[in-house]
Ligand binder design. Sequence first.
Ligand code: T4K
Length: 390
Amino acid sequence: MESSFDEAVLITRPLLPTLQDVTSKLSEVWESKWITNNGFQHQRLESELKSYLNVEYISLFTNGTLALLLGLKSLDLKGEVITTPFTFPATVQALDWNGLTPVFCDIDPETLTIDATKIESLITEKTCAILGVHVFGNPCDVEKIKTIADKYHLKVIYDGAHTFGAKIDGKPISSFGDMTMFSFHATKLFNTVEGGALTFKDEKLVEKLNLLKNFGLAGPEEVVLSGLNAKMNEIQAVIGLEVLKIVEQERQKRHKIKKVYEQNLAHIPGIRILTNLEKDCSSYQYFVIEIDELKYGESRDWIHEELKKYNVYTRKYFYPLCSDFQWYQHLKSAQFSNLPVAQKSVKKVLSMPYYGELDLKSVVKICRIIEDLYISNLGITQKNTKMILS
Ligand code: T4K
């Protein structure tokens, strides 16, 4: 049996540039005495991200949640928005804060994204938009969603919190839908400590979003709409500029880790890998598995607890389902029987430790622990498989 890790293995660690690189950039900010409100670093980051992500328009925000909240606001939406129950609370909370009603649609069992084949039956005269989430970096069925949206004249917004830099068939993921939100939280592939962005195609939204994130101020003495304070500051932007320089390196490290996980989990009965995408298609944001209790012999919750005994801390993203939040219990779409796939998947999915600094031997060891646990459940004492480190 494997021994426990000496130090806790967490689900992720932030991608950090060297302190020296950050401090030398920070001295520019100090000298400028301009530390927020669309400063020089903010403008630089905006322009670098625009070309990195290959987008027409981009707007930076304090965090991804405020980006989504104000992005929805900028589209003047009213009524119902069809969305997924399998996401981080921020997705649906952005709807709540806009006075929009979520209509929960079941998910696809393979990708865990909104099941596009079930959207049309949920459309009513109150439906104004579809809010899809590219969960764990798995893209939604963007083509089918576009067909439905065009037919019913609906807006399409994507929560792309997990998809920094990802592409679909060679096209930037943000080229689908009216708007995409990216999160730059510390736990994301690309981070600005806290931070986020909206990408979009409608030029008119540039000015509107600038107003919405800055109290609706059109000038020192002119307030033209009810906004918020959601600006990214200069320190966040400096971190972003430095992290951007090392993000490709991080993606490559994560690619190797993914391969080692895949090779060493493949033969364990009941374990399925949900984050299969490769190269440009993948943001390498999460490495997620699904546990089939019947085949593995124990449940996802059991593995999650057992791994803690080895000092390995996985996460049950996204448990509980958003549709199970107490304040949605009056909604028909939130009822258990309307979301059979989501209700099943949410009990089976486990996010594994995944970040560039995680060494490959540790990845092998985590896989061995999962295999040992399986074997000990079967009562088998001898492993008949060889672990692969490549
Ligand atoms: N939409 C989706 C689909 C999202 O997943 C998210 C955020 C959003 C919208 C909203 O975007 P933001 O407003 O956050 O930009 C984390 C993140 O806080 C959250 O950004 C993320 N999704 C979510 C999936 O994960 P927690 O509550 O799990 O974070 P926490 O504090 O437990 O951190 C997870 C692990 O990361 C820790 O075990 C250790 C490590 N960690 C974390 C931090 C903050 C570090 O090593 N260093 C750190 O500084 O939510």
